[in-house]
Structure formats: C-alpha cells, structure tokens
Design a protein around this ligand. Structure first.
Ligand code: SDX
Length: 380
C-alpha cells in the first residue's frame, strides 16, 4: 500500500477512503449502479425494500428472502413509547433533521446494545433502523403541528406507509409508487459525505444509532442533502420563468452557489435527476403541473448554457423537491426523506466496514509553529 506523504487533497476529492462493492459511479458517463445493476433498471422494476436488501446482501433476494425482510421491517416500524415521548417533547420550530438525529439517539437508548463486531446483531439493528426512520420523521412532522401520531399500517409499503403516517390518509397508488422510486434513487451513492461520516464513526466500533445520527449531521448540510429543500426555496425566490436569466446573472456575478446543480463526481447530468424529472412529469400529467416545474426547466437550460462547460449540471436534489411538494410534503421534510432512503446505504457501508475494519485516522500537513513560550497572563 503506497502512502502519499504531505500531498494535501482538499476535500479528499477522488482519494479512495475504502474498498467497497456496494455502489459504483462513472461521473463522466453519468452511470450509477447498485451492486452492479444500473439505477434505471432498479427504478423501473424494483422496490425500495428489494433495493435495500440488494445493497445489504450484494445480490437480488429470492421471493422468500424478500418476504422475510419486508415482514421484519414491518415488525420494526413501531417506536418505543419513550422515543415517541422524546420526539413530542422537541421544539416545533426545530428542523426535522435535528429531530431525526435526536430520534436515532433515543431509539438507541431504548434498544438492546449492539456488538458491532457480531454480524447477527448488525442485521437486527439494520432492520430496526431502516424500519424506524420513516416513523421517526412522520412522528415529528405531526407532533410539531399538534396532530396525533398515526400508527404504521402493516399492509402498506415503506413509501406508502410513510405518507399514511405523515398525512393520516392512504396515498393514491401512483403517489406511493413515485415516492418508492424516489427512495430507490436516493438509497446509496458510493463515498458521499454522509456515507464517509458513517464509515468514520463505524470504524471506532461505535453503535449503529450513533453511526446514523452522525450521518444525519452530514446529510443536513446545504452542500449535501440539505440542497433539495433549498432548491424549492430558490425556485420560489426566482418566482417566474421570465426572472430566471436575471436571477442567474446575479448569482454568477456574486459567485453564489446554485442549489441543485454541480457535483464532486458527476460532470454530466446526474442520472437520478433524469429519473426524478420523469417522475415529476408523471405526477404533473396526472395531478396537474406547477409553475415551479416550468421555472426549473428554464433554470436548467440557462445554467447548462452558462456553466455546462464547467461540468455543472442538475444533481439529484434539483427535481426531487418539486415531486415532494406536489405530494403535499412540507419543504423542510424533503431532506429527512433523503435520509429515509440513504439509511439503507449508510448501513450497507457500516456492515461492509465492520467486515474489514481499520480505524480512520488520517494525517495532516502542519502549518503551525514550534517552540512557542508560555507567557504569563500578566505579561500579555
Ligand atoms: C448531493 O457526493 C455525493 O454523491 C452527494 C450526493 C449523494 O447522493 O450523496 O449526490 C447528494 O449532495 C448532491 C449535491 C447537492 N448540493 C448542491 O446542490 C449544492 C450546490 N452544489 C455545489 O455546492 C457543488 O456543486 C458541490 C458542493 C455539490 C460540489 O462542489 P465541488 O466538487 O467541491 O466543486 P467546487 O465547489 O470546487 O466547484 C468547482 C467550480 C467552482 O468555480 P471556480 O471557483 O472554479 O470558478 O464550479 C463552481 C464553483 O464555484 N460550482 C458552482 C456550483 N457547483 C460548483 N457554481 C455555482 N453553483 C453551483 N451549484
């Protein structure tokens, strides 16, 4: 193993931090594969539950394996009352991602200890965390609105059950399926910031609740998962198709970031963005369009015309918010939906990390001084 000494790579851009077989990206060609299967095929033929099993186990499940996994997830959807009480005690104006972070820690406190080195205990904790995440998100969304908690429905898919617990009504089949595909598209994405965070915490042999709570802190940021919420705020601020060019001129001259565009790896349109755009069209053909979509299309054309040569194209966060808004989901719940999906990826990487673990402890290039003297405060 060659070790690069004293060569700082800002943001570790392109520096391998681990070996992984979970997912693969070709940023130039716009390719994303989960365990070798192209994301387009999974979006068309699979379900979030099947994709979660695929990411965790490295192959597609048999019907019996999928049935067993789905039953395990359904059995783990209900939260301990102590966790619900904690969620209900949180300030209603707090961010739902902060509530989810609290929820993971509280769930860990109400769950059996997990020996991270025991594969069987890891599988139990993984099912509990994937199943509990939608319930945690929905519970806070309702408690902050002064609404009663809605118990999970064991007859619904993960996606449809989330919408049921959030809104208190069963979603139309198309809406449930659109969210199911959106969860597939967000489930994993190689060594992104929140997955790297998860792996760093995992490498200390910490518990899976801390692994996920730490990853939430990373995903919450505007440069990462927090972008989807800000895309909608950005489109609402632009306000009309005619205002797009003027707004973009201002952003570019102020060197401002355009939310939903650009990517550390993709230097072409993110394939997930293309899939989410198709989902948006399907929703609008059925339920009517929204001015946001027209503004988004105009903004995409304008940004690609001006910044495409720098490799700046729409990423996964650009169209997702428009889809979620059409489902009536509150804007600040968009990033928690990203987490509902990505928790399957984080835990797949946790499992992989624990199978061949080495504590993450990178170096640094020291830029300070040596031999400094301690000066008594009276002399400073
Ligand atoms: C996700 O890593 C993953 O896989 C993440 C993710 C996943 O599934 O886990 O795909 C999910 O986080 C998607 C990204 C969501 N974030 C945003 O939409 C926020 C806006 N995007 C930018 O902040 C930016 O594109 C990043 C952070 C996503 C990537 O930035 P990089 O790779 O660090 O690139 P950079 O900041 O070094 O920019 C290179 C150039 C700069 O211009 P110059 O200084 O060279 O002249 O491109 C410009 C940047 O100013 N640029 C942008 C831009 N993104 C890059 N300019 C305006 N708007 C942008 N969005």
């Amino acid at each position: 193993m060659t070790v690069k000494e004293n060569i700082l790579v800002p943001g570790l851009a392109g520096i391998p931090a681990a070996e992984s077989a979970v997912s693969y990206i070709d940023g130039q060609a716009g390719v994303l594969e989960y365990r070798g299967i192209p994301i387009e095929a999974l979006a068309e033929h699979s379900t979030f539950e099947e994709v979660a099993w695929l990411l965790l186990n490295g192959r597609l499940p048999t019907q019996a394996e999928l049935d067993e996994f789905e039953a395990k997830l359904i059995a783990n959807r209900t939260l301990p009352q102590g966790v619900l009480d904690t969620i209900a005690s949180l300030p209603g104006d707090g961010h739902p991602m902060a509530a989810l972070q609290v929820g993971y820690a509280a769930l860990g406190m109400h769950s059996p200890d997990v020996n991270a080195l025991d594969p069987g205990q890891r599988q139990e904790a993984i099912a509990r965390l994937i199943a509990a995440t939608p319930t945690l998100v929905a519970a806070f969304a309702r408690s902050r609105a002064g609404m009663d908690f809605v118990a999970p429905d064991p007859t619904l898919s993960t996606a449809a059950n989330f919408l049921w617990m959030l809104n208190g009504e069963k979603p139309e089949d198309l809406v449930g399926r659109v969210l199911d595909v959106a969860l597939i598209l967000h489930a994993d994405h190689t060594m992104n910031a929140s997955t790297f965070t998860a792996r760093v915490v995992a490498s200390t042999e910490s518990d899976p609740y801390s692994v996920c709570a730490s990853a939430i802190g990373s995903l919450k940021g505007p440069l990462h998962g927090g972008a989807n919420e800000r895309v909608l705020i950005q489109l609402e601020k632009i306000g009309s198709v005619d205002a797009v060019e003027g707004w973009l001129d201002q952003q570019i001259s102020a060197k401002g970031k355009i939310m939903g565009f650009g990517h550390r790896v993709y230097k072409t349109k993110d394939p997930r963005s293309t899939n989410l755009q198709l989902l948006a069209r399907e929703m609008f053909e059925t339920f009517g369009s929204t001015p946001m979509y027209d503004i988004a299309l105009k903004l995409e054309d304008a940004v690609v015309a001006r910044l495409g040569q720098k490799g700046i194209y729409p990423n996964v966060d650009f169209f997702s918010g428009i889809v979620y808004q059409k489902m009536g989901i509150p804007t600040d719940v968009f990033t928690p939906i990203f987490a509902i999906a990505r928790v399957a990826g984080w835990l797949s990487h946790w499992d992989e990390q624990m199978n061949d673990n080495r504590l993450f402890r990178p170096g640094q290039i020291f830029t300070g001084t040596h031999g400094a003297r301690y000066v008594p405060i009276s002399e400073r």
